[in-house]
Design a protein around this ligand. Structure first.
Ligand code: C5P
Length: 400
């Protein structure tokens, strides 16, 4: 479950309760499972734990004040709200929950909660009497109805000497419960086949023709599809990425290998996502021995590889077919043409160059289909993958 937090950007709000001493451990646990954490502290939280501690464990500057010029210049509060994949408030005091429910924005944390579109999770921590109080219970119920996730609290001995409900969940339990928020089931039970990476077309036993595809976009889409509940088969060309968990990975080398592997998976495929940068041509003959550099000129005769995507689109019955179009110019026009010519259900068009697309960390895309389009602004490939899978999932579910 915890793997769902890998690469997630978590904004941890710490409010003023004695359980705040556990928030430092919580940051470490979140980072252990691959999340990036930024901490926002209320003034009262700082009575229990220092910003220096939270900065040291999170590896990021702590955000404390709505009107801090320096902090605003580095990462403004609206930018911070946008940055978050989820806001986790742990501990969340009775006072914080009451203020959040009222829609107040009288400190940085409540302001961020109001501004963010990301899911919000609260780990309440307070004295058992305060927790049981109907005012608190009513607030908790109302927050739940607004879609805010309430994690815990647990029961047991309390810092004040009481015994009862109101203890903050242990950090590991909070991490587990937070991860569950990211398991969106939009592709639950669906078989998604994804190709990724480049292909290698052999010239001789040591040389090949290839391209700069890193496989990152395809791998990120495969991970996001798993998170969305899909059964995923990833057919990967040669890449230097580590093998992702929780999916079937089929390693291939050439376009012809990839073609065969894809076709073998098509009997029971709901969605086919062709992200691989498949080599369009291969050598007509592959030398059985290393070619020596004796001649001044060397001519390689190339022949066309099968177009895997177009062939999948010709199948009957066929899955929902999505292609990628990486272009350096006339992006939308060319993508539109591919959508039509290859008879695709959807195409994801991405501009190549200037820090986006092939081989880079970020991507910006336009998704096109027969009668519409949707833009996705430049963001990390992981984040984009989740957004795309969310979009594809709801599109697919609408037409099926
Ligand atoms: O025609 P073009 O290669 O630009 O189209 C890109 C799309 O086609 C990508 O989705 C790519 O994975 C797929 N493709 C394929 N087989 C090929 C060439 C491209 O599946 N031989």
């Amino acid at each position: 479950m915890k793997q769902f937090l890998a690469n997630k950007q978590i904004l941890l709000g710490v409010t003023g309760g004695i359980a705040a001493y556990k928030s430092a451990d919580l940051v470490r646990r979140l980072r252990e499972v691959g999340a990036e954490v930024r901490v926002v502290m209320t003034d009262h939280a700082k009575e229990f734990i220092t910003p220096l501690t939270m900065q040291a464990v999170s590896g990021n500057p702590v955000h404390e004040d709505l009107f801090d010029l320096k902090a605003e210049a580095a990462m403004g509060h609206i930018e911070l709200a946008r940055w978050a994949d989820a806001i986790l408030v742990a501990p969340a005091t009775a006072d914080f929950m009451a203020r959040l429910l009222k829609g107040e924005a009288n400190d940085l944390l409540t302001t961020l909660c109001l501004a963010a579109k990301a899911p919000i999770a609260l780990a309440p921590a307070m004295n058992q009497g305060m927790w049981k109080n109907t005012l608190t219970q009513n607030n908790v119920q109302a927050l739940r109805e607004k879609g805010i996730h309430i994690l815990g609290p647990s029961e047991g001995s309390q810092a004040c000497g009481d015994v009862g409900p109101g203890r903050m969940l242990e950090p590991l339990d909070i991490v587990d419960r937070l991860a569950q928020i990211f398991v969106s089931g939009s592709l639950a039970g669906k078989h998604v086949v994804i190709t990724a990476g480049p292909t290698h077309e052999a010239i001789d036993p040591v040389r090949f023709i290839s391209n700069a595809s890193s496989g990152k976009m395809g791998y990120a889409l495969a991970e996001a599809a798993v998170e969305a509940g899909a059964r995923v088969t990833l057919i990967s060309g040669p890449v230097s990425l580590s093998k992702p968990a929780r999916m079937k990975v089929i390693d291939v080398v050439s376009a012809q290998d990839m073609f065969a592997a894809v076709m073998a998976e098509m009997q029971e495929c709901d969605i086919f996502l062709s992200v691989a940068a498949v080599a369009d041509y291969r050598c007509k003959t592959t030398a059985s021995q290393k070619i020596a550099k004796t001649a001044e000129k060397l001519t390689l005769e190339l022949e066309r590889n099968p177009d895997i995507l177009a062939n999948v689109a010709k199948l009957s019955p066929r899955p929902f077919v999505i292609g990628f179009a990486a272009e350096t110019e006339d992006l939308e026009k060319k993508a539109q043409a591919k959508l039509m010519n290859k008879n695709l259900d959807m195409i994801i068009a991405n501009q190549v160059g200037e820090g986006v697309g092939i081989g880079s960390e970020e991507n910006a895309v336009t998704v096109l289909w027969k009668d519409g389009k949707q833009e996705f602004a430049k963001m990390s490939k992981q984040k984009l993958a989740r957004e795309l899978i969310k979009f594809i999932g709801s599109f697919f579910n609408k037409i099926n």
